[in-house]
Design a protein around this ligand. Sequence first.
Ligand code: DGY
Length: 322
Amino acid sequence: MKMPAPILVTGNLPASVLDTLKREFQVECHAEDRPMSRSKLLHSIRDKIGLLSMITDDIDGELLDYAPKLIMIANMAVGYNNIDLEAAAKRGILVSNTPGVLTEATADLAFSLILGTARRIAEGDRMVREGRFSFWAPFHFLGRDVSGKTLGIIGMGRIGKAVARRARGFQMPILYFSRNPLEKTEEEELNAHYVPLNNLLGESDFVSLHIPLSSVTRHFISEKEFSLMKTTAFLINTSRGPVVDEKALLEALQNRIIAGAGIDVYENEPAITPGLEKLDQVLLLPHVGSATLETRTRMAAMAAGNLLAGLRGEAPPNLINP
Ligand code: DGY
């Protein structure tokens, strides 16, 4: 009997998802709750025809040179900046992602950061836990209103639009800047107004980032952009860390150029720029935009579906590089 071909799964996925893969392939799964090390990845990829990867796997030309049999990479994320698409294309390797299924969870988190920074949620929690809640006073521990404030959305794709839908419930005027402006009808539905980037930065009370990371968007928000923002404004980042110049962010916060920030992703993840952790006006999360049980389960199933399709010779539904 012919042995099933081997594939590699670099994250700990639900058994039901692994079972669908095991029906057709011999699955090597890195069933640990930490990313696979580079050396283990290089070693394990050698004989594999398929790879179900995580955003923590750096898939570059070197790795692909170790994988002469590789046909398809299914990334379990909507972002795919961890994959060198050119190197994959050169070798004829298919690449897919998981769009759509994490839109609402990520938008929920972005909105939590808007509320959390404006109302100082994490700071208040720390205060109570540490026994520092010792009095109530009318002008003590004030935050800022969210309802009715202007939200600036940079990147009006699926997630940007989902954030805009939430903001409507808070009666927030919405400004947006995007590579592809929306159709008029969609702008009207969301009550969102397209404006040049500088206007958005200058007029928004919250600036929320929803653009993918690329060579064009690296450090999209840096010293100059911070200087254009209101001193009362908050920056929210649930996209990719390097979209923001983190050193410039630290300086903008330390020098009160902006009021605060809600950050889920970091320039050199999992490391953060030293000094950020000392600031109360920044709310720091460990890259959990899509981290709900329901969403991660859907992402895993979607990535597996893509991989199965590609390895069967069918068109993967979420192919990035047709
Ligand atoms: C994505 O899908 O790109 C997320 O950042 C992973 O959680």
